[in-house]
Design a protein around this ligand. Structure first.
Ligand SMILES: [Zn+2]
Length: 104
């Protein structure tokens, strides 16, 4: 019995040591300019959102604010990585805010 407890404690400790928070995914595009607004992109770090996004939002994002990058869409299968470094356009972020306000 004592041996079983010792083995379980060892497994728990190994589990703790190997579990590390992953580095943010690097999705930056240095030196790029927004194709819609013509302004240089800035850098930021954002959380990765898993799940299916709203279709209206995706359509508006493609047309009105392609570089807002207020979240990173990670798809349906959740992974360990929770954040990403991104390049964003401040004009796109303003356009996204206006679009979101207009929907309320
Ligand atoms: Zn833009």
């Amino acid at each position: 019995m004592r041996r079983v407890v010792a083995a379980m404690a060892l497994v728990v400790c190994l589990g703790c040591e190997t579990k590390k928070a992953p580095e943010p995914e690097d999705l930056r595009r240095p030196g790029k300019v927004c194709e819609l607004h013509g302004v240089p992109l800035q850098e930021d770090t954002f959380g990765i959102r898993y799940g299916l996004p709203d279709k209206d939002y995706l359509r508006a994002r493609a047309e009105l604010f392609p570089n807002a990058e207020t979240e990173v869409l990670g798809g349906c299968v959740e992974k360990d990585r929770k954040s990403a470094q991104v390049s964003f356009c401040p004009e796109c972020r303003s356009a996204r805010l206006e679009w979101c306000k207009s929907r309320k």
